[in-house]
Design a protein around this ligand. Sequence first.
Ligand SMILES: Cc1cc2nc3c(=O)[nH]c(=O)nc-3n(C[C@H](O)[C@H](O)[C@H](O)COP(=O)(O)OP(=O)(O)OC[C@H]3O[C@@H](n4cnc5c(N)ncnc54)[C@H](O)[C@@H]3O)c2cc1C
Length: 546
Amino acid sequence: MESKPKKVLIVGGGSAGWMTAAYLSKVFGRQVNISLVESATIGTIGVGEATFSTIHLFFKFLGLQEEDWMPACNASYKLAIKFVNWNAERRHFYHPFQRYEVVQGHNVAEWWLKGDREECFDESCFVIPAICEAQRSPRYMDGRVYDNLFAKQVADCPNDSFLLRELKVQYPYGYHFDASLIAKFMAKYAQERGVTEILDEVDDVVLAEDGSILGVQTRAHGRLDADLFVDCTGFRSLLINKALGEPFIPFSESLLCDRAVAMQVPSDPQNEGINPYTSATALSAGWVWNIPLFHRTGTGYVYSSAFISPEEAEREFREHLGERSKGCKPNHIKMRIGRNRNSWVKNCVAVGLASGFVEPLESTGIFFIQHAIEELVNHFPGNSIDPATVKSYNKAIAGCIDGVRDFLVLHYVASTRADSAFWKATKTEIRIPENLAENLELWKRRLPTNRTINPQFHGFEAYSYSVMLLGLGFRPTEGLPILDYCGHAPALKQFENLRSRSEYLVATLPSTYEYLASLYQDNGRKKEIYHKAHAAPVAYPQSRPT
Ligand SMILES: Cc1cc2nc3c(=O)[nH]c(=O)nc-3n(C[C@H](O)[C@H](O)[C@H](O)COP(=O)(O)OP(=O)(O)OC[C@H]3O[C@@H](n4cnc5c(N)ncnc54)[C@H](O)[C@@H]3O)c2cc1C
C-alpha cells in the first residue's frame, strides 16, 4: 500500500463489526470507502450485554443520547457488579462504578481498614450499594444524573487519547443492552453514513506475495479487495489466525473457565422492578451472570469443562434459576480464552472475539472492542503501514488484554471460597502471572495503589483492585501506618456524610423501572430535558440531611 487507505473492508457483522463500522464512518465520513461483509447464515455470539461505564464515550463520540439508542436496544442501567457467594462467608459485595473519596490525602478504604469499622466496606465507602439494593435509577425524572460529583474532571491530560483522557472523568454507570440489537442499531447508523453492507459468505482469503491480504473470496460477490481489512469474524478468526497464521496465546493456565450455557429468561419489571446492576453468583465450577434488560433477563453459567460436563452445568444452572428457567432454551457456548500474539498483522487488524477474549466476569468484551477501535483510529496508517506504528498498536492491545486477565485471575486467587474441586484448583492449580504474584505479596499487608497495580492501561484502576480484595476476603493485615499519625475525626465525618448521602439518594431517586418506563415512552420530551440538565448540572446539596 503506497497511499493512504482508501478502502476498508470489515469482515463480520456482530457487535465488533458494526461498532467498528459506525465509529470509522463517524471519523472518516465518506472520505474512506468502508464496506462490511457478513454471513446471513453464520450467527453472531449475541450474549454481550453488560458494559463498562466508558461506553458513554463511544455513544458520545457518535453523537447519540440515551433517548436515541436505549429504547431500540432494550437497554437498562448498570451501576455495579454484585458478587454473590465469592467468599467463604458467602457475603455479597458490590464492585461499583464509583471511585473512593479522599480524606486528608488518603482514600476512604484506607481509613475503613484502619478504623476496623463494623459496617461492610462497600456500604461504608460508597453510595452505590444502597442505590442498587433499593433498585434506584441513576437519574432523576427530569434527566439529571444523581450526583454531579461524578462529572468532575479529575485531571486534564491533553496528550492522552480520547478514551484515556475521558477515563479521567467519573461516570456513575454503564449499561446493559441486547447485543444483537446494538449490532442492528450500529448497522443502521453506519449505513446512513455511507457504509456498504454485503450479505455473503467468505470462503477464502487471497494473499499477495508479501503475505498481506489482497482480497476475500465470497460466494456471490466474487473477490472483495481493500487496502485494510478488519477481522471481526468472532472466535473463527478467519483472516488473522486462519489465513495469516498469527498464533493465538491461550490463557488456560491462568483462567480455568472455558464454556458457558446461556439463557434468556422472561422478567416482570413492573412488579419485580429492575436491578440496576449485573450480578455474578459463584456456583460449584464457575459463576452465573445475571443481566436485567428492560424486557427480559440475560443469564448464563460460565464454567470450567475440566470440572463439570455441559449436561451437569445445565442442570446446576437450572436449579439455580428455579421456576424461571422452565421452557427456556439453553445456548451452549465454547469460549476461546486468550489473545492473538499480535492483533494487527500486515494489512489486517482483528477486533472483538477474533482478537481476544477473557471470560465475561467484568464485562470487558465490548470494552475491548471500543479500546481496539480507538487505538485503530489513533494508529490509522498514513501512506504506508509502518512497522513501528503496528508494533505500538499491538503493544497497546496486548497490554490491555493481559492486564484484564491479571485482574480476573485476582478474582479467583484472592477469593476465600474453596468448597469444591474447582474452587480448590483456583488456589492451587493455576499459574499466577508474575506481576500479580509479586503484587499479592504486597497486598497481603497493604491495599493496592495506582503505583502498585499493573502500570499499563487496561481499564481497571487501583480502587477496583482494592474493592475486589476486600470483598473476596483478602484483607491486608496492616493498612497504611501513616494513618496512625493522623486524627481520625475527618474520616469518621466522611463516613457519616456517605451514609446520609446514600439515604438521601435512596429517598429521592425514582426506581429504575419508573425512570426507564418514562424514557421508553416519551423520547422527545426527555431528550429536551436531558440536554438542559447537561448544560447546567445541579449539585448534590452538601448541606442536606445529617
Ligand atoms: C458467554 C459470553 C458472554 C459474554 N458477555 C459479555 C458481556 O456481558 N459484556 C461484554 O462486554 N462482552 C461480553 N461478551 C463478549 C461479546 O459477546 C463479544 O465481544 C461481542 O459480541 C463481539 O462479538 P464479535 O462481533 O467479535 O463476534 P460474533 O458475534 O461471533 O460475530 C462474528 C461475525 O462474523 C461473521 N462471520 C463469521 N464467519 C464468516 C464468514 N465465513 N463469512 C462472512 N461472515 C462471517 C458472522 O456472521 C458474524 O456476523 C461475552 C461473550 C461470551 C462468549
